[in-house]
Each structure stands twice: as C-alpha cells, then as structure tokens.
Design a binder for this molecule. Structure first.
Ligand code: F6P
Length: 548
C-alpha cells in the first residue's frame, strides 16, 4: 500500500492546507450567504450542519479524492460482503447484518447468517415479552423488577448508552442496572437496594473469559444463592449473552438461557446483537427493532449515497483534515441532551479502540497521526468546566454538537434554554468576538486606555474553531440507531484512510497479561522482583499498607 503522504490527493490537500491556513470562518460565511444550505445534509432523520468548518469546496474536493484514492468504496463493499477485513483476527466485520431485514441475506464464509440472526431476535422477543409481562418469574414466583447487566467494554457501554438514552420509552416496572468495574463496590452498591427474588442477572461477555465480568458474575451468583438459599435459583435468575456456549454452561447457566452471537460481531459493535438484551427488556422488542431500523437506514445511506452527500464520509474526512493539518489531537462530542450523557464514553471505546493504532494493515508504521482522543460531556455542564480551553486554549478541538429539536418533557421553555446554549456555543466557537466589540464594551464600563489595553488580550475570542451540529426531531429508538451507526461508519472510513485495521484491539492485551502475573504474586505475598524498581516498590508499599 502506498504511504498516505505519497498519495497524489494527499499532496494536493497538503498544499491546499498551507495556502489556506489563515482563512477565517467569518470571511467564508460573509462571502457566501448560501454556505449553510451548501454544507448541510440530511439522512435518516439526522441533519448534519458542517458549515462551521475551516473548509471550502476545494477542501472537500481534495478530501473526497483522497477517499477515492484510498479505495474507500471498495473497502465499504468488502465489509458489507462479509469478507475477512479484520485481518489480524481473520474475521468478517458484519455487525450491519444484525440490523438487516431478516429476509435480506448476508453471507459469511459461504453461509447466510440471517436465519441465525432472526432466530436470536425471536428468542429475545420471547424472553423479553415473558419478563415484561411477568410470565417469567424468579425462583419464588415473584415478578422480575430489576435487571443487572454484568459486562464491560462493548458488553456494557452500548447497552448502557441505549438503555439510558431511551428511558422515556422504558417500562416503568423494570429497572436496568449496569455493573462493569471489578472494584466490588460497583456490584455491591448496585445490589444493596435490590431483592434477590426479583432480580435478573444478565452476564454479557462475547468471550465469557473477561476477568472483570466473570468475577462479578460469580460474586452475584454467590449473593443470590446465599440470600434465597436455593442452588437451583441460577436457572431463573441468570441469563448469558455470549459467543462461548461451553464457558456459559461451565458457569452453570442453562443453554436455553443463553443468547448467542458470533465472532463477526466486534465487541464495540455488539449492542445490535444479543448484547442489546437489556435495551430490549427496558423498551420492548418492537422499540428495539426500531433502533435496528435506524441503524439499517444509516447503513443504506452510507452504502449508496455519493461521497459528496454521504454523512459518515463527510464527518470522517473532516476529522482526517483536522488531524493531519491542524494538529488536532482530540475530538469532542457534546450532546445537548441529558439522556445522551453516556454517548462520549461509548464513542471513546468505539473510536479509540478501533483507530488507536500505529501500524498499517501490512504491519509497517503508519504515516502520520491516527485516531484522536475522544471526549465530551452532556451540555450544558461542560460549558462551566472545560469549554474555556476549547474557546481560548492553544489547541484546536473540533467538536460535534448533538441536539434533539423536541425535548422529552413538557417544558418547552427550558428545552429552548438548553438549545440556545448549544447554538450559542457553535456560534461563539466559529466567529469569536471582534476586538472592536470588546473595546466598546470596556469603554462603556468606563475603563481607561491602559486598563483596556491590559484586558483586551484576555477577553479576545479569535473564533475559527470548527464544529459540526447534528440535529434530530427527537431522541427515539430510530434516531438513536441512526446516530450510533453514523459514528460507526465514520470510524470505519477513517480507518480506511489511515490504512489500519479498525477491528482488532491487541493493545489491551499486555496490561491483562501483566495483571495476571501480579495477581499471582499478591496471592503469594511477595514479588519475584522481576519487575522494574517502580513496580516492585509500589507492590511492596501496597503490601505494607495492607499490613501484609
Ligand atoms: O479488553 C477489551 C475488550 O476485549 C473489548 O474489546 C470488549 O468490548 C471488552 O473487552 C469485553 O469483552 P467481552 O465481551 O469478551 O467480555
């Protein structure tokens, strides 16, 4: 594969970036009254306004040329066709099949996977109906009132995001809780107010070997059995979501209580699979399928829309632009909707575990920066914490603002306040404040010339800070599905441009292996001394402070 920076489109883009370095968005807007309609697109009920970016038509032409030179269209087809594009794990990448119409075949290694997808969806429907209607009861015949999902990473963040985002659509009779951390405080604090007789545990783990999840699941199983004094209770209180039937059965969960998925579903792309069971329990299977439909709609858009009007492609290429030519190390996501407060954390895994790579597909070092640091918080909280740095800091931080037009409560005025803050932030970031306006304000306050000169640099807002705004009618299962799929495809496109495998995660392995060594040493109460002086020192200090 040709190095990124050697590509013709890259070189053209690089030159264009140098020549247009000092363009200001204020000028771009004042020269083009049509800039908003020109740089706004709609798909699947989402409107993307990308006009507040440091781009011109020429920038976009170069960016799309780059995507074409990187064979994006071919790679996109290879993904949808179920080819093993996850090379290092020799796997297909076909989470899109999970949201396909069940009569629309999807092939992996010569087999149509849709009958299996459909079977698990049916199993989920049957189970969620039974729990929600009170037909599935706990071991003492009582209705289930609380669901505790035990999982981590993709087996936690996706279902947690969607369950929380869709609370307004949730059953009032069933509460969902999520336990991920191996710190026992997480599970114990969650269980403290719950009754074992009415609690259902979902053990969610693709591999069913993840230490945190299995440890917490065992602790939960002990809690249940101890409290109800019935070893058979597990059958009525534990279900598993996994690809590993053998490990599930060894744990003691009945095969009929396991919901299967497959190795072609990456962990961070798994909320559409059986891993979505807590979502379906909370909002019902019909609503869950609406979420799948939102994802499917975005798949169709991504697959068929020309690059120039393809939402995930546009967002991805803007990210590539800032990453490469503006030294943008991070990318912020600010949902102006409290129900979306988990979104930044969810996108951290989606993006950073996918594109936090430093070698190309063929193992050679990448040619330039890859995935940015993803961060953010629900608005308006961040405004009173870290927006200062986005407005006046030395780093350029491209930011996505997400806003539903309708709030979920009958409080229009307060929703207007929320949205006015969102719009104001995008405006302030893009246009800043003219020195003349600051000067006249200070003069009106009666300050003398020296005081004004001293204050002016501190009050200056240079603007020219890029943002996208994504608007939807309301946050509902369909729009949430479309939004998540939008980001999935954005991450895919960036991985293609950087020529990395977005679907493995070897970087998380080393820490896990070293932890196993240290666990053994802690059990024996002494280190082998084979670590560095810092790790040895901390190990010994830990034992000393524990009185060992
Ligand atoms: O350690 C990282 C990781 O493998 C993620 O990719 C994954 O989502 C998470 O752990 C949980 O894995 P599992 O679902 O197999 O328990």
């Amino acid at each position: 594969m040709v190095d990124l920076t050697d590509l013709q489109a890259w070189q053209a883009l690089s030159l264009h970036a140098q020549e247009n370095r000092h363009i200001h968005m204020s000028d771009l807007f004042s020269h083009d009254p049509q800039r908003y309609p020109r740089y706004t697109i709609e798909a699947c009920g989402l409107l993307l306004d990308y006009s507040k970016n440091r781009i011109t038509d020429e920038t976009l032409t170069h960016l799309f040329a780059l995507a074409r030179e990187r064979d994006l269209e071919k790679w996109r087809e290879r993904m949808f066709a179920g080819e093993h594009i996850n090379l290092t794990e020799d796997r297909a990448v076909l989470h899109t099949a999970l949201r396909r119409q069940v009569d629309d075949p999807a092939w992996v290694d010569g087999e149509d996977v849709m009958p299996a997808v459909s079977r698990v969806l049916e199993q989920m429907r049957h189970f969620t109906d039974a729990v929600r209607l009170g037909e599935w009861t706990g071991c003492t015949g009582k209705q289930i009132t609380d669901v505790v999902n035990i999982g981590i990473g993709g087996s936690d963040l996706g279902p947690r995001l969607a369950t929380e985002a869709l609370i307004p659509f949730a059953s009032k009779n069933l509460r969902c809780h999520f336990v991920s951390n191996i710190d026992p405080s997480h599970l114990l604090e969650t269980l403290a107010p719950l009754s074992p007789e009415t609690t259902l545990f979902i053990v969610a783990s693709k591999t069913f070997t993840t230490q945190e999840t299995i440890t917490n699941a065992k602790l939960a199983r002990d809690w249940l059995i101890r409290q109800v004094a019935d070893t058979n209770a597990v059958a009525k209180h534990f279900v598993a979501l996994s690809t590993n039937a053998e490990a599930v059965s060894q744990f003691g969960i009945l095969p009929e209580n396991m919901f299967e998925f497959w190795d072609w579903v990456g962990g961070r792309y798994s909320l559409w699979s059986a891993i979505g069971l807590p979502i379906a329990l909370s909002i019902g299977m019909d609503r869950f399928e609406e979420m799948l439909a939102g994802g499917r709609c975005m798949d169709e858009h991504f697959r068929t829309a020309p690059m120039e009007s393809n939402m995930p492609v546009i967002m991805a290429m803007l990210g590539v632009w800032y990453n490469a030519f503006f030294d943008a190390h991070s990318h912020a996501v600010m949902p102006y909707d409290q129900y979306l407060r988990i979104l930044p954390a969810y996108l951290q895994q989606l993006d950073m575990e996918s594109n936090g790579k430093s070698v190309c597909r063929d193992g050679t070092p990448v040619d330039g920066p890859t995935g940015p640091i993803i961060w953010g918080q629900a608005g308006t909280n961040g405004q009173h914490a870290f927006y200062q740095l986005i407005h006046q800091g030395t780093r350029l931080i491209p930011t996505d603002f997400i806003m539903p037009a309708q709030g979920q409560h009958d409080l229009d005025r307060q929703h207007d306040l929320l949205i006015s803050n969102c719009l104001a932030q995008t405006e302030a970031l893009a246009f800043g404040r003219e020195d003349s306006a600051i000067l006249s304000e200070l003069e009106q306050q009666g300050l003398d010339a020296d005081a004004i000169a001293a204050l002016l640099p501190h009050k200056r807002f240079a603007g020219n800070r890029p943002s996208n705004t994504i608007m939807m009618d309301e946050l509902n299962p369909f729009s949430l599905g479309a939004l998540i799929a939008l980001y999935e495809h954005k991450v895919f496109v960036q991985g293609i441009i950087w020529d990395i495998n977005s679907f493995d995660q070897w970087g998380v392995e080393l820490g896990k292996k070293l932890a196993l060594v240290i666990q053994d040493e802690l059990q024996q109460g002494k280190t082998t001394g084979a670590h560095d002086s810092s790790t040895n020192g901390l190990f010994n200090e830990y034992l000393k402070r524990r009185g060992k």
